[in-house]
Design a protein around this ligand. Structure first.
Ligand code: F3S
Length: 64
């Protein structure tokens, strides 16, 4: 599983790194950044939760 963040849509709420810090971090401009190429299997559930919780639906799940 891979995810991407649409930085034009992200409002920098900070929820995704809070929910799944293994995959997301905030960059210098307060936008979420995906820090892994592939989502590790053991954090896929947390990552899906982050996708669902994003208030502006800026995180997209991509097929492998
Ligand atoms: Fe941005 Fe959504 Fe994360 S607004 S910081 S991508 S939860």
């Amino acid at each position: 599983m891979r995810v991407t963040v649409d930085i034009d849509t992200c409002i920098g709420c900070g929820l995704c790194p809070e929910t799944c810090p293994e995959v997301f971090e905030m960059d210098d401009e307060d936008k979420a950044r995906v820090k892994v190429d592939k989502v590790p299997p053991d954090v896929e559930d947390a990552c899906r939760e982050a996708v669902e919780e994003c208030p502006v639906e800026a995180i997209l799940i991509e097929p492998d």
